[in-house]
Design a protein around this ligand. Structure first.
Ligand code: SIN
Length: 507
């Protein structure tokens, strides 16, 4: 078996992963492994932008974040997010990220749902993520201290006596490789790939959450999944994202009669927090309405949103009609692996950062454009802690080389069936009856995997095992939370969450 050693091992290649690698690379040897190509991440696809405090007197950034999160946020971490936002943006500026500016040379800020003022930076119009991660990749490619392994799937953590020593991974050729490290960081992104309708890449199924939880790390808030209101709905499918920034620049949600859907629903109308807009659209669509984004008031649409214009045109949408058909889809997980403000998990030497972590910063519903910011701010903090406190060399762990197991006699379920189950049972509106039956089905499907060592599964089996495992975490959490709260909505409950029943906010 191939064996690799490094100071810092990072799983994933989105913004959080690249930021940790960048900040650590001057002092440490860093290895990044990612199960797909390095661009196959939510960060790369991010359209809208990255929020940043607009000066010391921008108090509403904090209150907007708390209010979108239904005040269930970890307030200390929200303070960190806001107060360290300018420093994080400075890092991006220093890297040469080409944020869009205005004719007078100052940076252009846009607005999105839940923000009470313009504070969102963007690049390439609506290709912010691509510009940011490309800037990082360029620098990391030149570093002698950073190795990147694509198509390398993290399979099982090496944890001994409560200490993480790295992990065992699997190559595309199904051979095992051992990656030992002093610090192991999970930055595996979101879980949108558990649903058919999602803004995420279908490969994002919560692998990091599965392996951390199986190794004994705490996971929380799995019921809080944000559904983005506006995914392009073309040909009966909703796949690509239509950024909220389109509404920030004047787009209005209308039904087939041209009536404004958000009028009278919330004072912020089309720019109300996402959970409210998404549920309003979902209910309207269930009633048989067709929802579209009226872009007639958006100035210079093609220039401001070139990427979205191209996506629409490729799907046969005639933008001259100034109406983009939309419907909601799974977008962002607020929960995840429980961490402190430095990415530390319950397991020593194991960290989580970005969407896969639950810092509590988003509460139960994330404020728009706070995800890239969270990735930057908390990844920088983690990297700086690692650099400040180097650890001594870890003992060598022996890993057995094992063959894949033959599960052929067991009929395994498919990714398609899992997505259908999740969409029907753990989607935007949940009921006890559907959740109970989903949990039973997931248990049945998990049956063949019981007592099988993960390193013995083929890549395809591992994918199904992770999908089932993370789906079970989501469904169980959704079942336990009987009241509606933020992004978690129980259609069978008249009880809206009472703040006093949770102490100290949730993580
Ligand atoms: C969007 O552009 O609407 C998505 C940005 C985000 O999720 O914050």
């Amino acid at each position: 078996m191939n064996q690799y050693e490094s100071d810092v091992l990072i799983v994933g290649s989105g913004l959080a992963a690249l930021m940790v690698a960048y900040e650590c690379s001057s002092d440490c040897h860093v290895t990044i492994i990612t199960k797909s190509s390095w661009q196959d991440t939510n960060s790369y696809k991010a359209q809208g932008g990255i929020a940043v405090r607009q000066g010391q007197d921008d108090d509403t950034f904090l209150t907007d974040t708390l209010s979108a999160g239904h005040h269930q946020n970890n307030a200390t971490n929200v303070n960190i997010l806001v107060s360290e936002s300018e420093a994080a943006i400075k890092t991006l500026n220093d890297l040469g990220v080409p944020f869009d500016d205005q004719p007078d040379g100052t940076l252009h800020c846009t607005k999105e749902g839940g923000h009470s003022r313009r504070r969102i930076l963007h690049a390439g119009g609506d290709a912010t993520g691509k510009h940011i991660v490309t800037a990082f990749k360029k620098v990391l490619d030149q570093s002698k201290n950073v190795d990147i392994f694509e198509y390398m799937t993290a399979t099982e953590l090496m944890v001994k006596n409560g200490l993480c020593h790295g992990l065992v991974a699997k190559t595309e050729q199904q051979t095992l490789a051992a990656f030992q490290a002093k610090h192991t960081i999970l930055a595996t992104g979101g879980i949108g790939g558990l649903y058919h309708t999602t803004s995420n890449s279908q490969s994002l199924i919560g692998d990091g959450i599965a392996i951390a939880h199986q190794a004994g790390a705490r996971v929380s808030g799995m019921e809080f999944i944000q559904f983005h209101p506006t995914m392009l709905a073309a040909g009966g499918q909703a796949k690509a994202l239509i950024s909220e920034a389109v509404r920030g620049e004047g787009g209005i949600l209308v039904n087939q009669k041209g009536q404004k859907v958000m009028a009278g629903v919330h004072p912020q109308r089309d720019l109300a927090p996402r959970d409210i807009v998404a549920r309003t659209l979902y209910r309207a669509i269930q009633k048989g309405d067709q929802i579209a984004l009226d872009i007639s008031c958006v100035k210079s649409f093609h220039r401001r949103f070139p990427n979205i214009a191209q996506i629409c045109e490729a799907k046969g949408i005639d933008l001259a009609q100034e109406r983009i058909p939309v419907s909601p889809g799974a977008h962002f997980l607020m929960g995840g692996i429980v961490t402190d403000a430095y990415g530390r998990t319950d397991i020593k030497g194991l960290y989580a950062v970005g969407e896969t972590a639950n810092t509590g910063v988003h509460g139960v519903n994330r404020l728009a454009s706070n995800s890239l910011l969270e990735a930057c701010v908390f990844a920088r903090r983690l990297a700086h802690m690692i650099i400040r406190r180097p650890v001594s060399t870890r003992e060598k762990i022996n890993v057995d080389d094992e063959r894949s197991i033959n599960l052929d006699s067991h009929p395994l379920t498919t990714a398609h069936d899992i997505r259908t189950l999740m969409e029907g049972s753990a989607g935007m509106i949940r009921t006890e009856q559907r959740l109970v039956s989903a949990l039973r089905q997931l248990e049945r499907w998990l049956g063949p995997f019981h007592d099988v060592k993960r390193t013995r599964l083929s890549l395809q089996q591992l994918k199904i095992a992770n999908m089932l495992y993370v789906s079970r975490l989501i469904v169980s959490a959704a079942l336990q939370r009987k009241e509606s709260l933020g992004a978690h909505y129980r259609g069978d409950s008249t009880h809206i969450y009472d703040k006093t029943s949770l102490v100290g906010g949730r993580r």
